[in-house]
Structures are given as C-alpha cells and as structure tokens.
Write a new protein. Structure first.
Length: 328
C-alpha cells in the first residue's frame, strides 16, 4: 500500500512538474523580450509555420521589401515618450506636404515600425498623412522586458496620441492605425480618454483578448493539453513576473465604451489571429463601425491581396470622419 501511495505521489508530482515546465517555457516564449544573447531562441520562434506562412513576404515579397526600403530611406525625426510605468519609448515622425491628417501607426507582436506597416505607410504618406511610427515596448529602441498583449501597450498608444495632439498646432484629425497586437492595443486604448482630435481607429487583424489568443496558440499551434491549467499558470506568471493580468489585455470593455468610429480589416485565411476575433470586436463595438473581410488574404496581407479595396476603404473612412466631433 505504501509503495502504491509513493508511486501515485511521484506520478502526480511529475505531472504538475511537467505542467509547470511547459507553462514557464510558454510564458518565456511569448511574453519575455528576446534580445541580445537570446537571438537564436527568437529565430526558432519565428520559424513556426503559422508565422512563416502568414507573413506578407510569403507571396508579396516584392511589395513588402520595396515599401520597407522606401520607409528606411526617408528622413524621419526621432521621438521619445515616457510610459506610465517609466519606460523610454521610441518612435519616428514623418511629416507630409500639405498634410490633411495624422496617422499613428501601431505595429504587431514582436514587429517593427518598418515591417508590414510599411506598405500602407507609403500610401498614406503619399496621400497627405503625417505619420508617427510607434516602436512598441520591447521592440526597436524602446525599452521593456515583457510584451503584455495590449495590457500596457494601450497606455502607450494613449501617450503617443497625447504626444501628437500637443504638437498638432493646426488641429488636424488624428487616426490610430494598428495591426495584429498593435490593433488590439489601439482598440483597448479607445475605451479611455483620448485627445478630441482622434477621429477614428483602424484595426487590421486585431485579436479580442490575450486569453483567447493564448488558447488558440496552445491548442492549434502546439497541440498542448490541459489548456485551462496552462492558462491559469500563464496568468500567475504574467501577474507576478511581468506585472499584468491577462484579463487586462481584452478589448471587451473598451469596445463597449468607445465612441469613435472603427474600421476593421481581417484576412479570410488568417491562421495567426483567426477572423472570428474581428467579428467579435465588431459585434462588441457600440460606435459607428465597418468590417471588411478580404477574401483569400492571410494575416496582415489584406492590403497586399486587394490594395484597391483596402486603400479606397481607408480613404473613404478618412473623408467621412475627418470633420466629425469625437470629443470623449
């Protein structure tokens, strides 16, 4: 009997040790910032088939590389703000001739200011938009140790909006344009006070919540079992190590409070952030809204797959709301 109890105890201990190990590795992979000596680990992460297959370079390499090269060739002004938790955040400002509006660009998870945003950035600049390229915490020259899936990035978006508003002497309309996690952060920020010049939001392939995204990744990418237990462990690690809760990275309450118009885009064949996320955000949104599902497009590929539709819809959105009253 004693041997059976010992075996059972050892099995239970082994099981929970395994779950703890998987949870820590998962947390370290998706939340912890990967820089410097950990570059090789980051490379392995980006070699996941879901990321590789969904990247705009897969099918649109020419357009992607040309627009990125264009951005890198521009003479931009360095901008800095201090986050609510004391991080020094970096951005680039690119003014346009005879500008009609400002667009603040919020890139995606582990992305860069001149990545998938570049394709639309070039178009927007050519159509009289001043651009502010955010570098999310942990990315580029911005400080940070942890990626919080919008829980803290939403406050960074708010700070950048205030930064632009204070320098917007002509009171031009301001739009917040985010992609992927950057879109989720923009949507979350909309539930809080923003400058009155912010007239609308554009959310391309944004997720609905960190919990939902973690669940999809654990289940569909890694085929991990015991997902509720894993998510509970993830939440504890996020709370005690990274200083946020997963529930803080959720668009639900913001979409219920937001009063600014929202233009949603999503690729029909996105397997990185599933299209149901944008459907859910669209349904939750109480403000004027439009949802465009681009047929055949993967993650962040809508602007590449159907540029005429994408660009026309964005410009119509601007023209419709440039003169609106968005006081909140």
């Amino acid at each position: 009997m004693k041997k059976k109890i010992c075996k059972l105890s050892a099995t239970v201990l082994l099981f929970f040790s395994g779950i703890m190990e998987i949870g820590w590795r998962f947390f370290n992979m998706v939340v912890c910032c990967k820089r410097g000596g950990r570059k090789k680990e980051r490379k392995k992460w980006f070699e996941l088939s879901h990321i590789r297959d969904n990247h705009p370079r897969n099918g649109y390499a020419k357009e992607y590389d040309e627009s990125r090269a264009w951005c890198e060739a521009q003479k931009m002004q360095d901008c800095y703000i201090r986050s609510v938790d004391g991080l020094k955040l970096h951005g680039f400002y690119l003014p346009a001739e005879n500008a009609k509006r400002f667009v603040i660009l919020s890139h995606g998870y582990r992305g860069s200011r001149f990545g998938s945003l570049s394709f639309m950035a070039k178009y927007l600049h050519e159509h009289q938009c001043n651009l502010l390229f955010m570098e999310q915490r942990c990315c580029g020259e911005s400080e940070g140790k942890y990626i919080t899936f919008g829980a803290k990035e939403k406050w960074d978006v708010q700070r950048w909006a205030i930064y632009v508003s204070e320098r917007n002497k002509e009171k031009l309309p301001i739009y917040l344009y985010g992609q992927s996690m950057g879109a989720a952060a923009v949507l979350m920020a909309s539930g809080y006070r923003l400058p009155s010049e912010v007239k609308g939001l554009i959310a391309d392939c944004g997720f609905q919540s960190m919990e939902r995204q973690m669940r999809d990744m654990a289940d569909n990418w890694f085929h991990l079992h015991y997902i509720p237990l894993l998510l509970k462990e993830m939440d504890c690690l996020c709370h005690f190590v990274a200083g946020f809760r997963m529930k803080d990275a959720d668009t639900t309450e913001a979409m219920k409070r937001n009063t600014r118009p929202v233009l949603f885009f999503h690729g029909e064949k996105d397997t990185y952030v599933y299209p149901n996320n944008s459907f859910q955000n669209y349904m939750l949104c109480k403000a004027p809204k439009e949802l465009v599902i681009v047929q055949g497009a993967r993650h962040l590929c809508s602007a590449y797959a159907d540029p005429e539709l994408y660009q026309r819809t964005v410009m119509e959105f601007f023209e419709k709301y440039d003169g609106s009253n968005s006081e909140k």
